[in-house]
Design a protein around this ligand. Sequence first.
Ligand code: HEM
Length: 467
Amino acid sequence: MTDIASEIPEPREPRAGPRPVGPPALPFLGHVFDYSRDPLGFWTRTARHYGDIVPLNFAGWPGLLVSDVDAIEDILVRDHRSYIKHQLMWRHATALFGQGLLTSEGAFWQRQRRLAAPPFAGRQLLAYDAGIVGATSRMLEGWRDGETLDVHSRMMNLTLRIVANTLFDTELEGDVADLEQALDVLAAELEARFSRPFVIPDYVPLPGNRRYRRAIRTVEAVVTRMIAARRAEGCEKRNDLLSRLMAARDENGQPMSDTRLRDEAVTLLLAGHETTAVALSWTWYLIGQRPEVRARMTAEIDQAIGGRPATSGDLPNLGFTENVLMEAMRLYPPAWTIGRQSTKATVIGGHAYPAGTSVFISPWILHRDERHFDRADEFRPDRWSGDLAQRLPRFAYMPFGGGPRICIGQRFAMMEAMLILATMLQHVDAEWQGMSAITPQPSITLRPIGGVQLRVRRRSAGSRGND
Ligand code: HEM
């Protein structure tokens, strides 16, 4: 396999011109309050009023909100070696993610990424279709005609089962409820921690810290059981991600320690389920208000698949469904901000910034930018039916990030989300029941506050065409 980070051009030189300015800041705290009160609102106001590169100050940490697509390309691709994952945010979550793929760095990260890559690519990826469709069908069996349910909690449950089942070849059955509750606590605790400018060590006996530690123990217990069971039965005959990680040897012939295995497994469980669930929840929120969009999706799905179980081979025939998903992730990008921190002096947008500068790149801002998207706040899936994706600057639309650290699960997530949508629309139609717009909660992902209530109508078998 080639070096993921090879053939990347050298960083740019600084050039003259007025230095960007940022919003007024409080003494000591800088922009901490403005940000933590309303992160999305603060990002939006700041980008609108101060431009594409805005200096910020988080209690003494120098930061930049970067919405210039060329500067983003410099940070994530051209000059990526000058940055690490964002310490200001991730240092709060070490106990949870450890040295997993999401947060590790350098040669260690690169090795782990190579190890983890094959199950996310090629034929192995396509073979997950039956697991995804089977889990979705089982979920739908319990849905009654006329009932109102929260589709967000159902999607969280479904994608958690799917990740465990496909990537770890494990049925979570008895553990799902505990795991879901623990993951909820972790999301809330991480949100609180990310908006704090300082670290409260995990051992300080505050109620939040106790909840956080307890939730981590629950997740760890499940993962440790999964690893022990796989060790007991041997991983030689299996080809799932967990078995690959367990079978891997380093240059000295040593296997990964249980701690490293635990870090990777926890990371993939967390990174791999909530993001996709949130993308699906927002999709249902949007299409749940638009019967004509649902009708077009249903017609496309009926024509391509009829009543048989969907497969990965059907995906090329679901162009409109894919446009809907892309448009939902444009308006509500599950990873609403990604962060980096420079490890050396760098040039961003033509100006030099010192080592230690925090950089924030927000798909939330980029995806609603009128320079790239006409009537950017409107849900218009057909905007993707022409050549928009080819015309856009590379980083104007980036739900999965970019550069060497682009989401490893991107293809898995698109396939999973499309198969889930197709299977759902084969069996049900559903209308959103809310009275007022759902507020996005910028937690670790962009969650819909209060969930997404849908009224379900079961479709009759006859209405699906070629059953
Ligand atoms: C709609 C669903 C998803 C979205 C929007 C999403 C988004 C992202 C983004 C934006 C990043 C880059 C973060 C950064 O640069 O700091 C990322 C990284 C990552 N994602 Fe995803 N993701 C999704 C699904 C998944 C799935 C299904 C998995 C695994 C099963 C996964 C595993 C990961 C991992 C391990 C990383 C870290 C990669 C690395 O640094 O090498 N994601 N994701």
